[in-house]
Ligand binder design. Structure first.
Ligand code: CTP
Ligand code: ZN
Length: 153
C-alpha cells in the first residue's frame, strides 16, 4: 500500500479544527485571534475533502480549547470537528454544536444599543433559521443574521 502524506503535516500535541467550510478558515483565525498567541499554527485552505468538496483546516499546537470556546466556532463552521492530539494520536474527537448564547467576542451592530455605553460584556441568544444562524442581542433585543458579523468583524 502506498503511504499518502497528509495535506497538512501532523502535529504532536494540540488541537486540529477540521471540516471548516472553505473560506471560513481565515475568518476564524482573525475572529478568535488565534495567531496572536505564541503557539505554532498551521493552516490548510481549499483542501480536498471526501465529504465537503473543499475544506479549510486549522492546527493549533500545544493548545486545547474548552467546549465553550470550541462551540463558538460553530457560528462560522457548524460542521467542524475538533480533534485533540496527544503524542501524535487523536485522543478526543467531537463535533461542535451551536451554543444557546454567545458573549463578549461579538459587538452589537446596533449603534444605539445600550451595550455600547455600559461596561458590560455583550450577550447574544443564538437560534437557527432557514436563512442561517440568527443572533439576538440580549440588551436591545434586535436580531441579526450571523453573516452580518462576518462582514463587520
Ligand atoms: N491530525 C494531525 N496530527 C495528528 C493526527 C491527526 O494533524 N498527529 C489531523 C488529521 O490530518 C485530520 C484530523 O487531525 O485532519 C483528524 O485525524 P483522523 O481522525 O486521523 O482523520 P479522519 O479519520 O480523516 O477524521 P474524520 O473522520 O473526522 O474526517
Ligand atoms: Zn444590542
Amino acid at each position: 500500500m502506498p503511504q499518502h502524506k497528509l495535506q497538512v503535516e501532523a502535529i504532536a500535541h494540540g488541537t486540529v479544527i477540521d471540516h471548516i467550510p472553505a473560506g471560513m478558515g481565515i475568518r476564524i483565525l482573525k475572529f478568535f485571534q488565534l495567531s496572536n498567541q505564541d503557539h505554532p499554527i498551521t493552516v490548510g485552505l481549499n483542501l480536498r475533502s471526501k465529504h465537503q468538496g473543499k475544506k479549510d483546516i486549522i492546527k493549533v499546537e500545544d493548545t486545547v480549547f474548552d467546549v465553550t470556546q470550541a462551540n463558538q466556532l460553530a457560528l462560522f463552521a457548524k460542521d467542524a470537528t475538533i480533534n485533540v492530539i496527544d503524542d501524535y494520536e487523536v485522543v478526543e474527537k467531537y463535533r461542535v454544536t451551536l451554543p444557546d448564547a454567545i458573549g463578549s467576542v461579538l459587538s452589537c451592530p446596533n449603534s444605539n444599543c445600550i451595550s455600547h455605553d455600559e461596561p458590560v460584556s455583550t450577550k447574544f441568544h443564538v437560534s437557527e433559521a432557514a436563512s442561517g444562524v440568527i443572533l439576538k442581542c440580549h440588551y436591545c433585543e434586535k436580531s441579526f443574521n450571523q453573516r452580518l458579523f462576518n462582514e463587520l468583524n
